[in-house]
Design a protein around this ligand. Structure first.
Ligand code: MG
Length: 340
């Protein structure tokens, strides 16, 4: 099996601002694994705050021995092998895992969603995320969200209520809200949660610091809206720790080291009575289709990467009534230069 990779800078449609930072592009590493004439496509999206970079991804990929990837793939053994190369590095591990899943689907002539046991009819709607911005730009972004059935907003600043009022001046769509650890006072947080509930906000991501377990647990106990752990939940062992602290978890392939462990996390969450939001980083159609393959097994989806970026090297996935449409193409169903 041959491994190739290329760095790629994914440009965002608008500068993206959340509670703690702002950026205009995201570095990716595009990964291909070639075997028996088939190419499996993967992708690592390395948002700067997660600590990975094109240099760290290349250093990791140079250590990968593809002789470890024997078909039929044993994904549990493969993730153990990748973890044995170096700890951390979840995005580049996801890049390899996604490419192997795409390859597996092509070798079996079956779509990844089918191999993962997903039911397309259960696909949840996907939200479109709107970053923190001026009222004029917020209104413009909401107008650009035509076709989406739910909007996700980034909160965590002093003017959170103003931002919601601006959005409510132009749309009645349900809202997801992501605080990105931006709130500090639990009583004030609960007050605003009740107000957000009245405003049609249906879930809240990571309201307080991931290390402040007591405050997040207290909010979860009292909140009228489901509280979802995102920054606090990276890989499988974190799911158990989320029980009693959050109503649910946000699974992202770039945190979980790919599709295999994401699926384990979804199953574990179900066993523990935790809800699941499947999300993404700034990603092309490749990693987005990988997340969409698992989305029917989740309660909510936020897989908006292809809709927030402008130089996606692949065809935008089919999207209808606010949902990804899973087709019967083998593997991820990624269209590369008009081919699949
Ligand atoms: Mg989040």
């Amino acid at each position: 099996m041959k491994l190739t990779y290329q760095p790629f800078e994914l440009q965002l449609r608008h500068p993206f601002t959340i509670a703690k930072f702002s950026r205009t592009s995201t570095p990716l590493m595009l990964v291909q694994l070639i075997h028996e004439g088939y190419t499996g496509y993967g992708e690592a999206s390395m948002v700067p705050y997660m600590g990975e970079s094109p240099a760290s991804a290349a250093a990791f990929l140079n250590k990968v021995d593809t002789a470890q990837f024997k078909y039929p793939f044993d994904f549990a053994a493969i993730i153990n092998y990748l973890d044995s190369i170096a700890p951390g590095n979840p995005a580049v591990k996801a890049g390899i895992d996604i490419a192997l899943h795409d390859l597996e689907g092509k070798l079996l002539n079956k779509p990844c969603w089918q191999l993962a046991g997903s039911t397309p009819q259960l696909m949840p709607v996907t939200s479109l995320t709107i970053g923190i911005d001026t009222p004029e730009m917020i209104i413009k972004k909401v107008q650009e969200a035509a076709g989406f059935k739910v909007i996700k907003v980034k909160l965590g600043r002093d003017d959170d209520k103003e931002l919601i009022k601006t959005i409510r001046s132009v749309t009645n769509l349900p809202l997801y809200a992501d605080v990105n650890q931006g709130w500090t006072d639990r009583k004030k947080s609960l007050d605003i949660l009740y107000w957000l509930h009245e405003q049609g906000v249906v879930l809240i991501e990571q309201p307080m610091l991931k290390t402040d377990i007591d405050s997040n647990a207290w909010l979860t106990e009292h909140s009228p809206i489901p509280i979802i752990g995102d920054e606090a939940v990276q890989r499988l062992p974190d799911v158990e720790k989320a029980k009693g602290v959050y109503h649910g978890i946000n699974v992202k392939l770039m945190k979980s080291a790919g599709m295999y462990e994401a699926r384990q996390m979804i199953v574990k969450a179900g066993e523990l009575g935790l809800k699941v939001l499947i999300g993404c980083m700034s990603e092309t159609s490749c990693a987005s289709l990988a997340a969409a393959a698992l989305a029917p097994q989740c309660d909510w989806a936020d897989i908006d990467g292809p809709f927030l970026t402008v130089n996606n090297p692949y065809k935008i996935p089919e999207f209808k009534d606010g949902k990804y449409v899973l087709d019967h193409k083998p593997g991820l169903g990624l269209a590369v230069d008009g081919r699949n």
